[in-house]
Structures are given as C-alpha cells and as structure tokens.
Design a protein around this ligand. Structure first.
Ligand code: PBG
Length: 329
C-alpha cells in the first residue's frame, strides 16, 4: 500500500531538472532514428519538396554528404527513396530492376562516403510505375498480388547486390516476405535483414511523400485494396504475425502518431524489434503548426518522437532525424 497525500506528493519528483532527468522512463538517442532521403537524377541538384518544407531531393553526387552528416550525428541508418525520371516510369516498373538505377547508385555512393552507416531500401514499385501503384495493375485497376511478388523479389536482390543492408517491403502484397527471404538466402545475402512494413495503413498522411517520389498526380484510384483499413487493429496483429512467420527480422507500423496503440500492441504481443514511420504528412503537420505559431517547433519534434519510445518503438523513421539528433546532442 503506498502513501497518500500529503505524505505522497507526486510533484516532488518534478521539482528540479536533475530530478526529472533522473526519473525519466524514456529518452531519445540519435540511434533511435532512421533518416529517409529522397534521390533525384542530375548533378549538383537539391530539389526542395513544396509539401515537405525543409526536405529536399538530392542528386547522387550530393547524397554522400547527407549520409556523412547523419553518421557524424550518430544516426545508424538512412532509408532511400527515388524520384524516378518520368520517361523511366512504365506499366511494369522495369526500372526497379535496373542495377544502375538511382537507388543502386545512391547505395554505392553512401557506402563510400559513410561506410559505418546502414542503408535501408524500399521494396515496392510505386516510384517506378506509370500508374503510381506499388504493384502491377490489371485491366480493372486491381493490383495483382502473385504477379507482383516475383518482381519485388528481383528488386530486393538488385538492392542487396548493390549493398543494401536492410530491405523494407512497403508494398503490402501477401507472401512477399517469405519469397524475399528465400531469395536472399539462396543468393548469398544471409546478412541482409528484412524490415517488413507489416502494419501499413491506407493513410491520408502520405501525400507529401507521393509528391517527393513523383507518384501523387499519376495515382489512379487509391491503395485500399492492399494497405490496411484504419478501422482495424486485430488485423494489424495478424499482419505482423504473418510477416514474422515468413522471416521478417523487424516489423514496422506506419503511420506513427495516429497509430501508437498499434505500436504498443505489436510490441506487447510479439516482443520483436518494432519500428514506426513518422510519415510525411505527420512531419508536415508539425512544420506547418510551428510556422503558424501554434507550437514551438523543437518541442513538438521531441515530444512526438518521445511518444514513440513510450509506446514501445525500437526506432523511428523520421524526416526530423537530423534536427532531433542535433537537439538532443
Ligand atoms: C510506398 C510508400 C509510401 C510511403 C513509404 N513507402 C507511400 C504510399 O504507400 O503511398 C510513405 C512515407 C511517407 O508518407 O513519409 N511504397
């Protein structure tokens, strides 16, 4: 039986900065963050993304410096996304399998510039398809699961061969984790890990990302036929269970802040490394709120990131990674 007021005063534990520091149950560290980076074609290019204020696409010759910046701050991993040139976007996403595509070149450049940082690559076809979907589409506009999986497998192998350390299928096709794992094993890539976007919701928070990879205008229909319904949480646990059974090393919940309940449930149910993606729309909300004077930017950044830790996240993919690492340095 614990004491009650006035013998118990909860405010004693909040009465000084050192006391608060001593009692903090969770804290942020640069190693909590994975930094998403957008790659564009061309030379010496920085292309700011209008709907993602403060985030740019970088050409290959400038991406090494970004990875160096992250590594120097103690950020363990970057996640790469391409803005594929218009003329290379096709119905069947052939460019995803090009060993010399933007992603493969970026991996090599980053490995030269910052050999100590991990490189995570996205396995999905949306930056490469003319229709903006994550897989192949039939005449009715449905994404065809079983014809898409072998292409994703090939894409993952191409990325692994270029030096990716973690492949992250974000496409939500059924059965792709097992197929990718098997191909990595037999292809000599035993140490390439799979971070499965296991519970990925059909969210309205992905808009700025689709601008960044150039898929927004071209997307026909929506992704509700393969991404999860925001109404569901039991289904998220089934998705995670399946991806783990298929050989996923780590799982991800996405988006972040609106889905903290899912992060907590996944962590409690499975006890595996559970990552969360604070997505582009969440980032934009913070930036716009701060710009409008509705909150103090640095505090908003740190409070939201800490919330992920409290919910049980192992790490966070966040466009604020570098800002946050500097703030807590
Ligand atoms: C697509 C993909 C998306 C994101 C990561 N991979 C968008 C989508 O599913 O349409 C979103 C990330 C973000 O919004 O920051 N494979």
């Amino acid at each position: 039986m614990s004491a009650s007021f006035p013998y118990l005063r909860m405010r004693r534990g909040r009465s000084s900065a050192w006391m608060r520091a001593m009692l903090a149950e969770h804290r942020l560290h640069p190693s909590d963050f994975i930094w998403p980076l957008f790659i564009c074609d061309g030379r010496d290019c920085e292309e700011p993304i209008g709907s993602l204020p403060g985030v740019s696409r970088w050409s290959i010759d400038r991406i090494g410096a970004k990875a160096r910046e992250a590594a120097d701050l103690g950020i363990p991993c970057v996640a790469l996304f391409p803005n594929t040139p218009e003329q290379l976007r096709t119905e069947r996403a052939e460019e995803a399998l090009n060993k010399d595509n933007l992603i493969c070149r970026a991996i090599k450049t980053i490995k030269d510039a910052a050999p100590e940082i991990g490189v995570l690559t996205d396995v999905a076809l949306d930056p490469y398809t003319a229709h903006g979907h994550d897989g192949l589409v039939d005449a009715q506009g449905n994404v065809i699961n079983d014809d898409t999986v072998p292409i994703l497998v090939e894409q993952a192998l191409v990325q692994a061969e270029a030096g990716a350390d973690i492949v992250a299928p974000s496409d939500m096709m059924d059965g792709r984790v097992a197929a990718i794992r098997e191909a990595l094993e037999s292809g000599g890539h035993q140490n390439v890990a799979i971070m499965a976007y296991a519970a990925k919701y059909a969210s309205a928070f992905y808009g700025p990302f689709r601008d960044a990879v150039g898929s927004r205008g071209r997307l026909k229909g929506d992704k509700r036929g393969y991404q999860m319904d925001p109404a569901n949480s039991e289904e998220a646990l089934r998705e995670v269970e399946l991806d783990l059974a298929e050989g996923a090393d780590f799982v991800m919940v996405k988006p972040g802040l609106p889905y903290l309940d899912i992060v907590r449930q996944v962590k409690d149910a499975f006890g595996v490394p559970t990552f969360v993606y604070q997505v582009s729309g969440e980032y934009a909300m913070i930036e716009h709120a701060a710009a409008a004077g509705a909150g103090e930017r640095d505090a908003l950044i740190l409070e939201t990131l800490l919330a992920f830790k409290r919910a049980g996240a192992t790490g966070v993919l966040t466009y604020h990674a570098v800002d946050a690492a500097r703030l807590i340095a």
